[in-house]
Design a binder for this molecule. Structure first.
Ligand code: BDR
Ligand code: CA
Length: 319
């Protein structure tokens, strides 16, 4: 059993990742912290409660609200991709009888800040805890600044973010999570705790089409399927209009799946850095991934390949 803390900015694909984690018996989700990113942090926290509300659980992970602004840059959100509330507007959905369709999980927010909860969990499970970061790395950078010794006791940090050889999804050169807080990402990558990163180069290899999603979950009467179908509509519409297909990439689910099903993923060692200054290249992740190159002092493993069978196992677990 692997103990994990999820740091997230939900986000439709964050919802897929969180639900996958909660449905993976190999993982024990000890805590979840929210961070600003796809939406402002208060909305991210509301969304987390809605996501967990789709599960019938007696016990929930500890939840804490994290940072409301990136270290240096002003916050830019992605509500245009994920729907106004960041979750396909599921918070406003009503059933035909007029009743609200989705409810918050019956649990409360910790009095700790996200940063303090990360530090507490790191010291409670020394050398064991894995942090899975699905949003900008602001909380982690602040936790490192506050108590580096405790953060050194993390087993590893698994990140969805960056892009190395493909195009970015915010600018030509930058992926969203890193673009929002490049300074935080650079501090986390240079810190020294092993990083396993899942960039767009990998997540773009998994295309969840609307047709596949429909075949897998539309019309099923369990709450999780219904919720995911509703939550994904706005996002798939965005992809239809701006990316060129009806469907979407479930970016954030990959690092979770890599913990439970490592055989689907291939990674290489690399030294990764983030451009924090450039105008055209702000938030760009930089690494030499050429296979023939010797890797001196790698600070990360970079996922370069994902097996198509990943999606089959993903849906099996969700059911
Ligand atoms: C990342 O950006 C966010 O919009 C998604 O939730 C994901 O974490 C993909 O670039
Ligand atoms: Ca995310």
């Amino acid at each position: 059993m692997q103990r994990i803390l999820i740091d997230t900015d939900p986000g439709v694909d964050d919802a897929y990742a969180i639900l996958l984690a909660m449905r993976s018996p190999e993982l024990c989700v000890e805590a979840i912290t929210t961070v600003c990113g796809n939406v402002p942090v208060e909305q991210a926290t509301q969304n987390l409660f809605t996501i967990l509300g789709s599960l019938d659980l007696d016990e929930f992970p500890i939840i804490a609200q994290g940072e409301a602004a990136p270290l240096v840059k002003p916050l830019v959100t992605a509500a245009h991709v994920h729907g106004d509330d960041g979750l396909g507007n599921t918070s406003h959905l009503r059933d035909t009888d007029g009743n609200q369709r989705y409810f918050h999980a019956n649990t409360t927010l910790s009095s700790l800040s996200g940063v303090d909860l990360i530090l507490e969990a790191a010291s409670q499970y020394p050398d064991e805890l894995i942090v899975v970061a699905l949003g900008p790395l602001t909380n982690l950078a602040k936790a490192i600044r506050k108590d580096a010794a405790k953060m050194r006791r993390l087993q590893k940090i698994v990140v969805m973010g960056g892009v190395f050889e493909d195009y970015g999804n915010v600018t030509t050169t930058a992926e969203f999570n890193i673009f929002i807080d490049p300074h935080a990402a650079q501090e986390v990558f240079q810190f020294g705790v092993p990083v396993h990163i899942f960039p767009l180069d990998a997540t773009h290899q998994v295309v969840l089409t609307g047709e596949r999603l429909r075949a897998e979950i539309e019309g099923r009467d369990d709450k999780v399927s219904r919720f995911l179908w509703d939550a994904t509509q706005a996002c798939m519409e965005f992809y239809r209009q701006h990316v060129g297909f009806w469907g979407f990439h479930i970016h954030d689910a990959l690092p979770i799946a890599a913990l439970t099903s490592p055989d689907y993923f291939e990674s290489v060692d690399a030294y990764i850095q983030v451009e924090t200054e450039g105008d055209l290249t702000n938030g760009m992740t930089v690494a030499d991934l050429r296979p023939e190159r010797q890797r001196h002092n790698p600070n990360a493993q970079v996922c370069v390949k994902v097996a198509a069978a990943f999606l089959d196992s993903f849906f099996k677990r969700l059911r």
